[in-house]
Design a protein around this ligand. Structure first.
Ligand SMILES: N[C@@H](CCC(=O)N[C@@H](CS)C(=O)NCC(=O)O)C(=O)O
Length: 215
């Protein structure tokens, strides 16, 4: 049977899916999609994921998951006997709320404005203003995220798939000098200490030793 295949771009939100696949110890293939070159809008990729977004995860049976949160939850539930997806419905609810807040608000409202200001205005002169608005929103949404976590350690106490989801926006904050609230800086550093995170960052072209320094 074929291995799973992750369609990804280094340093993008697919880093979270890459980390989860490593954490659950799945053997998987990687297909790099070059977003600046428009590969995500080519017919070959749209046939895999009609949204043209990454990540996508092709499962062993050939079916494809096209949404980061679905990918995280599916891997958490179905790999390593579900050890990284909580059994308690209240914790599942918290995990989904954290993941939705990260993807929809921290990323979708904040970092998207920083990384793709042109998606918000056709006027190039407005780009700087859009990016600065993105930094403000990302900071506010990160502060809200901090309140959703357990007081210390991983987001839900024990490690779960919600943690790599939180990690990718903490990583982006580090890369763009958006200050992290203390609770998230602690979480980010905890994640940087995990072997799977170290391996994925190296594979994606980053030096983990240089990360997590900002106070
Ligand atoms: N709702 C999607 C959004 C993922 C997303 O925004 N991915 C970005 C990269 S971080 C992307 O594919 N951007 C290219 C585009 O939207 O054209 C998900 O959660 O999987």
């Amino acid at each position: 049977m074929a291995h799973m295949c992750l369609f990804m771009a280094p340093g993008s939100c697919s880093t979270a899916a890459n980390i989860i696949l490593e954490e659950v110890e799945e053997v998987f293939e990687v297909a790099v999609i070059n977003i600046p070159a428009g590969e995500n809008r080519r017919p070959e990729y749209l046939a895999i994921n009609p949204n043209g977004t990454i990540p996508s995860l092709r499962l062993k049976d050939g079916s494809v998951l096209t949404d980061l949160i679905s990918i995280a939850e599916w891997l958490g539930r179905n790999c390593r006997r579900g050890r990284y997806w909580p059994a308690d419905p209240v914790l599942q609810d918290r995990a989904r709320n954290i993941m939705r807040h990260v993807v929809g608000n921290v990323h979708g409202q904040g970092f998207s404005r920083i990384f793709v200001p042109e998606a918000y205005s056709y006027d190039p002169e407005e780009a700087a203003q859009t990016m600065s608005e993105g930094r403000r929103i990302a900071g506010k949404m990160l502060s809200e995220a901090a309140l959703m976590l357990d007081p210390e350690g991983y987001a839900l106490g024990a490690f779960s798939v919600a943690d790599p989801i939180l990690f990718y926006v903490e990583f982006w904050a580090d890369m763009t000098d958006v200050p992290l609230p203390p609770r998230l800086l602690d979480h980010y550093r905890l994640m940087l200490g995990r072997d799977a995170v170290y391996r994925v960052l190296r594979e994606e072209g980053y030096d983990p030793g240089k990360l997590g320094k900002a106070a």
